[in-house]
Design a protein around this ligand. Structure first.
Ligand code: PLP
Length: 445
């Protein structure tokens, strides 16, 4: 090659070496992500010597903090025993034991658990389980192919789970690729949706909207209604008003459809009970779990499945037509199992409730009077603060002026700072701004 060409290649390689090779969310070279070199307990450490109090546990993930020797030992032991086995042919103790623990956590309402690697995969699996259930229950129910979910929801990032989500900003670029058998009704969002009504009136209006949607699409075509019990990423910790989920379940039962609750963010203790549905007086037919299952130590998520569905598949084909290479991964299961044991043995769900009440009180004390704070809401250690341009108008911040992102960035520039999680799009899924505060369950005062 000519010398000039070689020089070009060399200088390109030199540039490439000094650049990050990671495809981060922001691709711009001038955006520098703080590089973490350590994590101990509730603190993160950066390569330039800062300590960050991990007030959000990442995306509401790190439920027991960082650097647990117990989890390290459990993972190392599992790796030396058996790290991976093809779950089509083999089982392993960690997977069996974890699923037993998960089924037991549901107070007899769930019969089996299915373990995958991410919340999005869990949602995909739940969708296919629902479809397969109807197909094997009765061939005449073959027409059940639709789902009804909610606007301003988040259920994941793969094509099926993104289609399930009703968050406009996340959907918009991929809209033509999304599946069109999913429609969206209003979420239960008292701050922006309850229009001078009592809780009963509000619930009854939302139940009517769901009923109307079943009628519009044809009730015999619907597999399930899908909702997060406490909306995390899309709205910032919005729980429903009393009676909401009971009313929604009643509509599902009326039309013989399933209720799927997405507890990827709200589940495994985050809201002060193991499952957030325990606070709603209803039990879902299928439930997804994720984040606090593995507490960030391993990528792991899952689906809990009730007995009716399990029995139906058992009498039918006898197999769930689905599978990932790494499902039921032994090391991930061993980590999750140890984390769930730590949560149980150390009484961390009680601490989550106690510290959550305190955190709510302190957030209200500190921020209620701020002119740009519209709403503070949460359960357990899962709190959201929504910012507005004006308290009385509730006018949302345009995302381009994102105050939440600014708060997070400002925090990260300080020598000792608080790592909260930014969210965008509360008002209509495009405009609006909130932060999530969701520290580990073992925080102390
Ligand atoms: N479902 C809910 C409710 C979530 O909050 C998330 C992630 O934030 C997901 C699904 C997707 O999970 P994952 O990012 O692990 O794929």
């Amino acid at each position: 090659a000519p010398a000039a060409e070689l020089r070009d290649i060399k200088s390109h390689n030199h540039d490439a070496m000094s650049r990050s090779a990671v495809l981060h969310r922001s691709i711009h070279e001038n955006v520098k992500f703080p590089r973490l070199v350590g994590g101990k307990g509730n603190f993160l450490e950066t390569d330039d010597g800062r300590r960050i109090f991990d007030a959000s546990g990442g995306a509401a993930v790190a439920c027991i903090g960082h650097g647990s020797p117990r989890v390290r030992d459990a993972v190392a032991k599992q790796m030396m025993q058996i790290s991976y086995c093809a779950s089509t042919f083999y089982s392993n103790d960690a997977y069996e034991e974890l699923c037993r623990l998960l089924v037991a956590s549901a107070h007899g309402h769930m019969a089996k658990a299915y373990v995958v690697n991410s919340g999005s995969e869990a949602m995909e699996a739940a969708m296919k389980l629902a479809r397969q259930y109807y197909l094997e229950k009765n061939p005449a129910e073959n027409q059940r192919t639709r789902f009804i979910a909610r606007k301003q929801s988040y259920h994941g990032t793969t094509i099926g789970s993104l289609s399930m989500g009703g968050h406009k900003a996340r959907r918009v670029k991929f809209e033509p690729m999304l599946v069109d058998n999913i429609s969206h009704v209003s979420p239960c969002f008292p701050y922006r949706g309850q229009d001078g009504e009592t809780d009963e009136q509000y619930v009854s209006r939302l139940a009517q909207e769901l009923d109307d949607e079943f009628q519009r699409v044809g009730p015999e075509t619907v597999c399930a209604f899908v909702a997060e019990p406490v909306v995390g990423a899309a709205l910032g910790c919005v729980g429903s008003v009393p009676g909401y989920f009971q009313a929604m379940k009643a509509v599902c039962c009326k039309y013989g459809a399933l209720l799927i609750m997405d507890e990827v963010m709200s589940g495994m203790g985050r809201t002060g009970t193991v499952h957030a549905w325990e606070q709603e007086g209803v039990v879902p037919d299928l439930q997804t779990i994720g984040k606090c299952l593995g507490g960030g130590y391993q990528p792991i998520a899952g689906v809990l499945v009730n007995n009716v569905i399990v029995q139906t598949l058992d009498r039918g084909s006898g197999a769930f037509m689905h599978g990932h290479t790494y499902q039921g991964h032994a090391v991930a299961c061993a980590a999750a199992l140890e984390i769930q044991r730590i949560i149980q043995e150390d009484g961390l769900i009680n601490n989550c409730q106690r510290m959550g009440q305190l955190m709510g009180k302190l957030l209200h004390q500190a921020l209620d009077s701020h002119p740009n704070v519209g709403s503070i809401r949460g359960r357990g250690l899962f709190w959201g603060v929504e910012f507005v341009l004006g308290k009385s108008t509730k006018e949302p911040f345009p995302v381009s002026d994102g105050v939440a992102m600014a708060i997070c960035e400002m925090g990260m520039k300080r020598p000792y700072c608080i790592g909260v999680y930014p969210g965008t799009g509360t008002a209509d899924g495009i405009r609006g701004d909130h932060i999530i505060v969701s520290p580990a369950y073992n925080i102390v005062t």
